[in-house]
Design a protein around this ligand. Structure first.
Ligand code: GAR
Length: 194
């Protein structure tokens, strides 16, 4: 089982998809740390339920570098060989990348990148509907220093935008796809010896 870490900021349903896939043997990994940018993220409770160590690294403008540096060190010290950004909604400072070292990082984004890069969560779905697009999707990509929603694509999957969709109905359809794709992407990377 390969040790991985997951960074979160909110609900944590993608974290839950990883926890569930590991529990049923569909993903050959162990989550050694869940790192949150917010102390009140529901994702933390999901991690605790699954007996996964958690760390809160609160990010404000003033504390970003120190806090994200501590997060990078914690992920490294936990022995993670891959970091998954699963709904982590903060820009990662250079101090984070310095602390993390060579551990690869992937991010899940609820659109067909490069379309609708730079937005978070519901803002993405609102923008997709406003654009009149008839399809959207999910992208898991490698994440790199200084880049936002940009990097080599690991897995990308399409989802339709249906007439009458609201941001909420579209988000629900896309999220169901995310929960499949995030597991596939992590398993694919682990089996190609991250
Ligand atoms: C997910 O839809 C994820 O793709 C998105 O935030 C949501 C988090 O949900 N991430 C981004 O928009 C990153 N730019 P979750 O906390 O239930 O996994």
């Amino acid at each position: 089982m390969t040790p991985i870490a997951v960074a979160v900021s909110g609900r944590g349903s993608n974290l839950q998809a990883l926890i569930d896939a590991i529990a049923v043997g569909r993903l050959d990994a162990e989550i050694v740390l869940v790192a949150s940018s917010r102390p009140d993220a529901p994702a933390i409770e999901r991690a605790k339920q699954a007996k996964i160590p958690t760390g809160v690294f609160t990010v404000t403008k003033e504390t970003r570098a120190a806090s994200q540096s501590a997060m990078g060190h914690a992920i490294r010290n936990a022995g993670a060989r891959l970091l998954v950004l699963a709904g982590y909604d903060r820009y990662l400072a250079d101090a984070f990348w310095d602390a993390l070292g060579e551990i690869p990082v992937i991010n899940i984004h609820p659109s067909l990148l490069p379309a609708f890069a730079g937005l978070n969560n519901m803002k993405v779905h609102e923008a997709v509907i406003a654009s009149g697009a008839t399809e959207t999707g999910v992208t898991v990509h490698r994440a790199h220093r200084g880049k936002l929603d940009e990097g080599e694509i690991v897995v990308q999957r399409r989802a339709p935008v249906l007439p009458g969709d609201t941001p909420e109905s579209l988000a629900a359809r896309v999220l169901a796809v995310e929960h499949q794709v995030i597991v596939e992407a992590v398993q694919h990377l682990l089996s190609s010896a991250v």
